[in-house]
Design a protein around this ligand. Structure first.
Ligand code: PML
Ligand code: MG
Length: 276
C-alpha cells in the first residue's frame, strides 16, 4: 500500500512577525504520494487566486504511512433553510445546547466569530478551543488558533462524495472541505463546532455535533462579521493540549455513505429524523 502525504498551505499578507500578518487562505489535503505534487500545485493556485496578494505562502508536505491512517464515515449533512442569520442562529444555538454546550460558552463563541479575536476584528488562522462548561479558551501559540490537519476524503470515495454534494447543490469547495474538517474534528474528540466563513462574499456556515451531524445554514453570517471557527471541548474528558495534538496528528480518511437532506426552518429541524 502506498504512503500518503499531508499537504498543507497557508498564505498571509503583511509582515511575517508572529501575530502581525493577516491570514489570507489555507488548505489541507491527505493524498497518496503519487498525487502529492498535484495537490500542492492546486493549493498554490488557491494562494495566488484572483484578488489575493500574498506576502508569504507556506506549503508543508509530510509523509504519513498508510498504517497510521484510520477510516471514518462522513458526517450526514442537513441544510436548514432559515431566512435570516438571526433565525439560523436560533437553530444553531439549539443544536449546540443539545450537544451539551453551556449557553455562556455558546455566546462567547458567537462573539468570537462575529467580532474576531478578542474583539479586535482580526481572524484567527485556526480555530478557538472553548471549554463547554467553564468557557475557558485556548487560542494557540501567538493567538494563531488551533489547526486541524491530516484528513481528506479517501481516494476511493472522493468522487462519489463530491457527486452527492454536487447533486444537492453543494458543489462549492468550501462546503466539501468544511464537511471533511468537521468530520475529522469530531472524530478527534471535539464535542461540537461552530463556523462561518471569513470570506466576506460567502455567508454560509454550520454547526456540527455527533447528535445532529453537519447542520448548515445558507445565510448564517450577519453583515460585517469577521468569521472563524470554534471547537467546543470537554475538559473533563481531555486537556486542551492533548486535544490540540490529536487535531494536528490523528490521520483520517473519510468514507461514505453520505446523506444530504434539506429542512425548512426550526420546526422541521426539531422533528425526529425519520423521514428524509
Ligand atoms: C470556510 O470559508 O472555509 C468555511 C466555510 C463554512 C461553510 C461551508 C458550507 O457548508 O458551505
Ligand atoms: Mg478561510
Amino acid at each position: 500500500v502506498a504512503d500518503f502525504f499531508n499537504v498543507r498551505m497557508r498564505s498571509s499578507a503583511g509582515p511575517s512577525i508572529a501575530g502581525e500578518s493577516i491570514h489570507l487562505s489555507g488548505g489541507e489535503r491527505l493524498v497518496p504520494d503519487g498525487d502529492a505534487r498535484d495537490a500542492a500545485r492546486e493549493l498554490l493556485d488557491r494562494a495566488f487566486k484572483a484578488g489575493m496578494s500574498p506576502d508569504q505562502i507556506h506549503i508543508t508536505m509530510e509523509r504519513v504511512p498508510s498504517g497510521k491512517i484510520r477510516h471514518i464515515p462522513c458526517l450526514p449533512v442537513t441544510t436548514v433553510d432559515c431566512p435570516s442569520p438571526g433565525s439560523a442562529r436560533a437553530v444553531a444555538e439549539r443544536v449546540l445546547a443539545r450537544a451539551g454546550i453551556d449557553s455562556a460558552a455558546i455566546s462567547t463563541a458567537f462573539d468570537h466569530i462575529r467580532s474576531g479575536f478578542d474583539g479586535c476584528g482580526s481572524v484567527l488562522r485556526g480555530a478557538m478551543l472553548l471549554d463547554i462548561r467553564t468557557g475557558k479558551r485556548d487560542c494557540g501559540t501567538h493567538g494563531a488558533g488551533i489547526r486541524a490537519s491530516r484528513f481528506d476524503y479517501s481516494p476511493g470515495t472522493i468522487d462519489m462524495l463530491a457527486g452527492v454534494l454536487d447533486a444537492a447543490g453543494l458543489g462549492h469547495y468550501r462546503t466539501r472541505e468544511a464537511l471533511a474538517l468537521a468530520t475529522k474534528v469530531l472524530a478527534s474528540g471535539v464535542v461540537a463546532e461552530l463556523c462561518w466563513s471569513d470570506d466576506p462574499t460567502y455567508d454560509a456556515g454550520y454547526v456540527s455535533s455527533a447528535v445532529d451531524g453537519y447542520v448548515r445554514f445558507p445565510h448564517f453570517k450577519p453583515a460585517g462579521a469577521v468569521g472563524g471557527r470554534v471547537f467546543f471541548f470537554d475538559s473533563d474528558l481531555c486537556s486542551a493540549e492533548s486535544l490540540a495534538t490529536r487535531l494536528k496528528s490523528d490521520a483520517f480518511l473519510i468514507d461514505g455513505p453520505l446523506t444530504v437532506r434539506t429542512l425548512s426552518g426550526f420546526e422541521a429541524f426539531v422533528e425526529p429524523r425519520t423521514q428524509r
